[in-house]
Design a protein around this ligand. Structure first.
Ligand SMILES: [Zn+2]
Length: 298
């Protein structure tokens, strides 16, 4: 590979199949990402050499002592009977979509059973969570906003009180990372804990009226609140613009996607889907790089 695969912000289908035309290309890529390529000091005999791929097996062998390395060992791809190209293409679809990829869609695109497609989707979501793992705290100015997702709206209540809704909360660092999680309720202590666990002390936090005044200030945060109930969506105080528009945009996309692509997501599976959408939001500038991150997290 002469040019960096991550150099381009776009990643066309054509580009994808040029990079990954067959099984060998995919396996070779995994070998590069996980072992730095096929040329290495053999972990067994210690001699440097170019490992060669064994015919019909996902295995490379040392040219000197025949010690074998399986690039897919200890990954979700290890025992899969689904072709690696299909897995790669599924990951590609997850990186390039905006509204997510349903099991049905994967089934159609890959020609596998629905059960296989569904499992692949769930494993790719887990991979996205792994690839996006972040131990640090959000800093600077953080927007925080909760949302109510899923549940039945048929002829009944909508919004907060509707049955079966999952409560989620999102946090966006202005010009930075985004994170989202399922929360059990919107009680003061729950919200406060979310902030304490995710936001660096001393940061500025924008919320809507759900978060009471004083609660965060007591913890050393600067807190600004917009009153959505009174149609206030942004306000300036001391040169700081308080609003939660970034997070609201995320929830709008997420809810629309759940309705259109997935129809319904149970509370039990919600976090996986949040991880998927968060991963894309955090890496949206580099679709190509997003794909490489995923393979790197295998
Ligand atoms: Zn060897």
């Amino acid at each position: 590979m002469s040019k960096s695969p991550s150099a381009s912000p776009e990643f066309s289908v054509r580009e994808f199949f040029t990079r990954f035309p067959d099984e060998a290309a995919c396996l070779n890529h995994i070998m590069s990402v996980r072992f730095g390529g096929a040329t290495m000091d053999c972990p067994s005999c210690g001699v440097e050499g170019e490992f060669h791929k064994l015919r019909d097996r996902r295995v490379y062998a040392c040219p000197h002592c025949l010690f074998q390395i399986a690039p897919t060992a200890n990954t979700i791809l290890h025992d899969t009977r689904t072709p690696l190209v299909s897995w790669f293409y599924a990951m590609y679809l997850f990186c390039t979509t905006r509204h997510g990829v349903s099991g049905k869609e994967l089934q159609r695109q890959l020609g596998v059973t629905y059960k296989t497609a569904y499992r692949m989707g769930q494993q790719i979501r887990t991979l996205m969570q792994k690839a996006d793992h972040f131990d640090g705290l959000l800093t600077g100015h953080i927007e925080m906003d909760e949302a109510y997702v899923g549940g039945k709206s048929k002829g009944g209540k909508r919004g907060r009180g509707a049955p079966g809704k999952t409560i989620v909360v999102g946090m966006a660092q202005r010009d930075g990372r985004f994170s989202a999680q399922v929360i059990p309720d919107v009680k003061k202590d729950t919200l406060r804990k979310v902030v304490q666990e995710n936001v660096a002390p001393g940061s500025v936090v924008s919320t809507d009226e759900l978060m009471s005044y004083g609660l965060l200030a007591g913890d050393g945060f600067t807190h600004g609140k917009v009153k959505h109930g009174k149609c206030e969506f942004s306000k300036s105080e001391g040169g700081v613009s308080f609003h939660v528009n970034t997070v609201e945009g995320f929830w709008r996309l997420f809810k629309a996607s759940v309705r259109s692509t997935h129809v319904h997501i149970s509370k039990q599976h919600m976090q996986r889907y949040l991880d998927e959408f968060t991963f894309r939001a955090n890496h949206r500038q580099r679709v190509n790089g997003m794909f490489d991150l995923l393979v790197g997290a295998l």
